[in-house]
Design a protein around this ligand. Structure first.
Ligand code: FEO
Length: 175
């Protein structure tokens, strides 16, 4: 059984994951409208992953005797000056999500809820991957600079990354 404090903290994370899914869906649309097919596919996949992160929390809350709260969401940013700015926003958002997961883990220790603490370890590992991926992409973009040919190759590269992640072991593991 979840304490009210834990239930509330988990539900806050449900909302953050749902908002993350919307943020990346908006980025997918922006990229698709700009003809950046690879980037768009990557962002659609990121959006799906965030929904999976949300559902995992929803099911855990409900299975442990709580009630998942499906709330109104903050509208995402839908427009970006450059694709670099968009990926910077993705990177910064993942740092924010990691901090939120860390706070949540801290609450489980304060509440001595070791089952929820254990459940959250998957998210701790996932955030390490998400941050590393976002940093690697930003490094690549910084190398390209304003080079148009570079952008074309980047778009193709990121499409390969998406295909690889879908075909290989999916990031996010078992659902
Ligand atoms: Fe669910 Fe990208 O954090």
């Amino acid at each position: 059984m979840l304490s009210q404090i834990i239930e509330k903290a988990l539900n806050k994370q449900v909302r953050i994951e749902a908002e993350s899914s919307q943020i990346y869906l908006a980025m997918a649309c922006w990229a698709e409208a700009k003809g950046l097919e690879g980037v768009a596919q990557f962002m659609y996949k990121q959006s799906d992953e965030e929904r999976m992160h949300m559902l995992r929390l929803v099911k855990f809350i409900n299975e442990r005797g709580g009630l998942a709260n499906i709330s109104e969401l903050k509208a995402p940013n839908v427009s970006f000056n450059t694709f670099r700015e968009m990926f910077q926003e993705l990177h910064d958002h993942e740092i924010f999500v990691s901090a939120s997961i860390n706070d949540l883990v801290d609450v489980t220790l304060q509440e001595k809820d070791y089952a929820t603490h254990n459940f959250l370890q998957w998210y701790v590992t996932e955030q390490i991957e998400e941050e590393a991926q976002a940093r690697a992409i930003l490094d690549k973009i910084n190398l390209i600079g304003d080079d148009k040919g570079g952008l074309y190759l980047f778009d193709r590269d990121i499409q390969q990354l998406t295909i690889y992640n879908v075909a290989g072991t999916p990031k996010g593991g078992a659902q």
